[in-house]
Write a protein that binds this ligand. Sequence first.
Ligand code: GLA
Length: 381
Amino acid sequence: MMRKAMCAVPPMGWNSWNTFTENINENVVKETVDAMKEQGFLEAGYEYVVIDDCWSLKERDSEGKLAADPEKFPSGMKALADYVHAKGFKFGMYSCCGTRTCADYPGSFEHEFEDAKQFAQWGVDYLKYDNCFKPQNQDGRTLYRRMGMALANSGRDIVFSACQWGTDSVHEWIRSSGAHLFRSTEDINDSWNSIRDIALSQIDKQAFSGAYCHNDMDMLVVGMHGKGGNEYISAGGCTDEEYQTHFSLWAMMNSPLMIGCDVRNLSEETKKILLNQDIIAINQDIECRSAFRLNCVSNSPDVFTLVKFLSDGDIAIAMFNMGDIPAMVTVDFWDMGLTVSSGKNLKFYDCVEHKDIGLKKERYSETVAAHGSKIYRCKVV
Ligand code: GLA
């Protein structure tokens, strides 16, 4: 079989971990798929539905194969994959490069090729591959390359989602392993501090992310409002304004957009954030150019603008205030290469309000709320 190039742009979808942790089962997956379909998530681009840890029995079966827990998945993984596919989505699963997964289920260490074949037979399209219980003296690079090789030769096109938490300078070598996305940080939780820390830690890593292998800043916590699957994830929740900032950051920084909340029960505000086609279009731009950071006059590390050049010549400009008091953010156009002598202006379109806000000359300033953001798509005219 000829392999297809996959994930030219960051993958989008849903992952079970944030909300369901070990309480994942086939009904939840089916209801999630139905809810995503009904509410327009598939059309918006969210195509992968991924089951994270805790789907299997605690031990391999008598033939040494991974086996789905029959209480959680009575119809089996093939039937569930068929259900997901029939609704037009792609099906994702999870394993680990060590002997056990992070939640202590069997891992794929020294079973890589047989497990990849098993996933292919079930109809899996995406594998998240974690980093727990790695035997000592095992080089993580070799283990990720091994699964990369196993998936590439499994007989099915399977996206390889490496979850190496940013350890061992993963950004420097992971592309060579065949991975299509790579986790670059520790686990997110549903708090402003977690969103801020992850975003700030990855701004100077932008250049390592690109088409076909994307920096995965972890699943979105948008819309969770403190309802995580465990105490660590719950962490108190965020405001809708913070969730909007989170979504705009992940979009501007070309992270995969994997929803982590319960999509069966969404507020209008959450839907507005997650289904924002103007912001999704910035994230999914075919050239995947990294955004660059412009500091503000105040030079505070918390107040900055990200600028991303888009394939049609437009420029995405997003202002962020990670600080705790409102801040005036000014973007000087010459800082992004637009000189005054060019005679050119920028025509601003607000991607949250979905409206034109007019032609701006030389610079543009806005007051940005604490933990808030503004995101625009601009034309050079
Ligand atoms: C690790 C990963 C998480 C999740 C859990 C499951 O912590 O980083 O994203 O997959 O394992 O146990």
